[in-house]
Write a protein that binds this ligand. Structure first.
Ligand SMILES: C[S@@+](CC[C@H](N)C(=O)[O-])C[C@H]1O[C@@H](n2cnc3c(N)ncnc32)[C@H](O)[C@@H]1O
Length: 278
């Protein structure tokens, strides 16, 4: 039996700094096994005999697509439809009714899923809005969905999910209403896909061409970022968010002790964050 040597601290530190610099994702010491398990398949796919050779090539060249792919390989893309049902209940029962009442003159809504992974989150929002008809009929609604990873965006755009993915969180009546079955795949119907605009956006780089938002879902991404980056991103989200808008974070995330311009508001066991009115 041959035992493979563990990742060297020099390789690990190189990857750690690259990933941190490009995405603000933190890889703490002890995560060598994770880095290895994600670099190995990428190295093979790119034709390198081992990840060590891949790292050696990265070190001695200018930043290029290979570096981007390594950063992408380090992202965690775990997601599901209607992830955390209480958050979507709050959207349906509290946030949307308030926005519909408050914006009946403008009849427009901008919603941003700021780390959308493979698309289940923005499509959940789109289906929920569809279910709110007719109160949103003739409204101008934009759902923007972005992520740093091109891989997940390609999948999100395709809107194609396997049985296991649709089994996670998607109620059967919505599966039947909004998906078409093609062999072993379930494909989101064009009328829902058309509601979502996907784009590549790295949260630590400038957010180009984003309109003011009424709802920002920035869920389960801040947990992976360092403290200073969380602060900067929340501050920018606050500037983008309408005065009466809503920020939705993941269950383990908060603005508390990071950005006092937000205050938490609870609804039936879920929490959203609103700009403190001054
Ligand atoms: C765990 S998933 C969360 C998906 C979805 N929001 C949810 O809650 O189910 C985190 C996503 O954040 C993305 N991400 C990580 N760092 C990012 C960055 N700097 N800018 C934009 N997206 C990032 C990852 O690619 C990944 O798809």
């Amino acid at each position: 039996m041959t035992l493979r040597a563990a990742m060297s601290s020099s390789d690990f530190n190189y990857i750690r700094n690259l990933v941190r610099g490009q995405s603000a994702l933190t890889l703490d010491p002890g995560k060598e096994y994770l880095v290895e398990s994600r670099l190995d398949p990428l190295a093979r796919h790119e034709g390198f005999p081992s990840y060590h050779q891949l790292v050696a090539t990265l070190r001695f060249g200018p930043f290029r697509d290979l570096h981007r792919k390594v950063v992408e390989a380090m992202t965690t893309n775990e997601t599901s439809f209607f992830r955390d049902a209480r958050v979507f209940a709050m959207l349906a029962k509290s946030i949307l009714p308030a926005l519909v009442a408050g914006r009946s003159a403008e009849r427009s809504l901008n919603i941003w899923c700021a780390a959308c992974s493979t698309g289940q989150e923005p499509y959940s929002v789109a289906m929920l809005l569809r279910e709110c008809q007719p109160s949103l009929e003739r409204w101008n609604i934009r759902i923007l969905a972005s992520d740093i990873s091109r891989n997940v965006l390609t999948r999100a755009h395709a809107g194609r999910y396997n049985q296991m993915e649709v089994n996670r969180g998607l109620p059967a009546h919505l599966l039947v209403r909004y998906f078409e079955q093609h062999g072993q795949w379930w494909e989101i119907r064009p009328e829902i896909r058309r509601m979502v605009e996907f784009r590549e956006t790295n949260l630590i780089q400038p957010w180009h061409d984003l309109p003011g938002m009424h709802v920002i879902l920035m869920r389960n991404v801040l947990i992976y970022l360092d403290l200073e980056t969380k602060r900067t991103i929340l501050e920018r989200a606050g500037r983008l968010l309408d005065r009466r808008g809503y920020l939705l974070l993941g269950g383990a995330e908060t603005t508390m002790n990071l950005d006092d311009s937000f205050e938490p508001v609870s609804f039936e066991g879920a929490v959203c964050f609103r700009r403190r009115q001054t």
